[in-house]
Design a protein around this ligand. Structure first.
Ligand SMILES: C[S@@+](CC[C@H](N)C(=O)[O-])C[C@H]1O[C@@H](n2cnc3c(N)ncnc32)[C@H](O)[C@@H]1O
Ligand code: SF4
Length: 457
């Protein structure tokens, strides 16, 4: 391989394939689910669940006591607590309805509470949720229970709720520690308070801490991001997620509070991501997929080394369950046969649950073509490679056209992003930041619909 062949011209690649591509936390991606298909598909896919198959569960909490201007999540600010309490009641009713529909209690291998800010939910309500989940699911002894936490919410009350739920992993938002960046995103959060919360969580018995950092934020200079990464390393988390800020003000109106002229350009974003990744690796973290980092002994790092890493709506996971049941407004469930998404507006979701109707709204039934493409895209996003013989082992003769497609794509790749080596379609190490672009080559839905995605890097 010559030195010339390894230099990737990112600008040319983004001009050729488009600067905006999906993050591929699912395939097909959510914008391709069909409106109205949810309720029927939900019943059908639940009916097909196997007693013996463990499932993962996701609970969505769409509330925060503040609104950060960068936020891309399904959430809303509330200053009062009673809407949260009422919403917890709806979640409990939805969980009970699911259990009645199934007629048995599936084994639960992993539980994740995301949002919004699940740490905003009071201890009594967390306990009510925990009871409802234990009544509907058979928790595995080693079930991983993770919760997203905004440090500004954490009180003794929060810690008592987390203990009641027997939480094993906390995922804490940091974003950036610099005061100027924090002012530009409406998220004041001191390093000292974050460190204190981590100490409290560890004292509460939590085995693992993940910290989220963002690059591409307004007013974020290389020095400010480097200082944040350095501070994050001193907090000694087990995992770090380094996300590129997705600026989508056409979807998230509050992002218009962020001035376009304060945002770093594509080249600065690329350089920032590369420097932060390098610093985290020098700090003892192994890179996982496109945006995660983990200590050598962490389950995520072990899964990445062993080729068993998975990708789901929360990002990367070591959880091997194929089925994910989502509860709450906007939550998505993944079955081997398709996806179902609950209605997004919180009021509408609660109205449906109160009326005894399924909250499912949009859905997608997987064809065999989708199943094979989903497998290919997941392996590329997790391993940066696709083992062509393994594809054949998984799907038999129907895999043949996809093997030919991979070989053809590698042969006609003008930018040198990929190569075929030992019957493996491999994303070159220097093109890994463009893994989403390479994955999109296999996306048969990309050109259809009006979906808009975030920046590829
Ligand atoms: C639900 S939030 C985390 C929990 C908690 N609410 C908090 O903010 O600390 C999940 C993570 O999504 C990431 N995130 C939110 N909006 C984003 C955006 N527009 N682009 C990229 N990442 C984003 C942030 O890193 C955030 O920590
Ligand atoms: S980043 Fe977290 S705390 Fe901020 S608005 Fe989004 S979900 Fe809420």
């Amino acid at each position: 391989m010559t030195a010339l062949a390894t230099a990737i011209d990112h600008r040319a690649v983004l001009a050729r394939y488009g600067a905006e591509v999906p993050r591929y936390t699912s395939y097909p991606t959510a914008p391709h689910f069909s409106q109205g298909a949810g309720p029927h598909l939900w019943g059908e896919l639940c009916g097909g669940l196997d007693h013996a198959e463990p499932v993962s569960v996701y609970l969505h909490i769409p509330f925060c006591d503040r609104l950060c201007w960068f936020c891309g999540c399904h959430t809303k600010q509330t200053r009062r607590y009673d809407p949260v309490e009422a919403y917890v009641g709806s979640l409990i009713a939805e969980i009970a309805a699911f259990r009645r529909r199934l007629g048995f209690s599936p084994r639960l291998g992993a539980l994740h509470l995301g949002g919004g800010s699940p740490s905003f939910v009071r201890a009594d309500d967390v306990k009510r949720l925990s009871e409802a989940l234990h009544a509907a699911f058979d928790f595995a002894a080693d079930a991983e229970i993770s919760v997203e936490i905004d440090p500004s919410d954490v009180t003794d009350e929060t810690l008592s709720g987390l203990r009641a739920l027997e939480v094993t992993r906390a995922s804490i938002g940091v974003q950036d520690f610099d005061p100027a960046v924090q002012a530009a995103i409406n998220r004041p959060q001191s390093f000292e308070r974050t460190r204190e919360v981590i100490t409290q969580l560890r004292a509460s018995g939590l085995v693992s801490i993940n910290l989220d950092i963002l690059y591409g934020l307004p007013l974020q200079t290389p020095e400010r991001l480097d200082a944040t990464v350095e501070k994050v390393i001193t907090l000694e988390p087990e995992r770090v997620a380094l996300f590129g800020y997705a600026h989508v003000p056409h979807v998230k109106k509050h992002q218009t509070m962020i001035r376009q002229e304060d945002l770093p350009g594509p080249e600065a974003r690329l350089a920032d991501a590369a420097r932060a990744s390098h610093a985290l690796q020098s700090g003892g973290f192994e890179p996982i997929g496109i945006d995660h980092f983990a200590r050598h002994g962490d389950p995520l790092a072990k899964a990445a080394r062993g080729g068993t890493l998975r990708r789901n709506f929360q990002g990367y996971t070591a959880d091997p369950c194929d089925t994910l049941i989502g509860f709450g407004a906007s939550a998505i469930s993944r079955f081997t046969g398709g996806y179902v998404q609950n209605t997004v507006p919180t009021g509408l979701y609660q109205g449906r649950i109160a009326a005894g109707e399924p909250a499912a709204e949009r859905g997608y039934r997987m064809s065999q073509d989708d199943v094979i493409r989903a497998h290919i895209i997941e392996r590329l996003m997790c391993d940066f490679a696709l083992d062509l013989d393994d594809l054949k082992r998984c799907f038999g003769a129907p895999a043949d056209p996809y093997v030919r497609e991979a070989l053809r794509l590698a042969a006609s790749d003008p930018d040198g992003l990929v190569k075929v080596e030992d019957r493996r379609f491999v994303i070159r190490p220097e093109a890994r930041s463009l893994a989403r672009t390479v994955a999109s080559w296999f996306d048969a839905h990309l050109q259809s619909g009006e979906a808009r995605y975030s920046k590829a890097v």
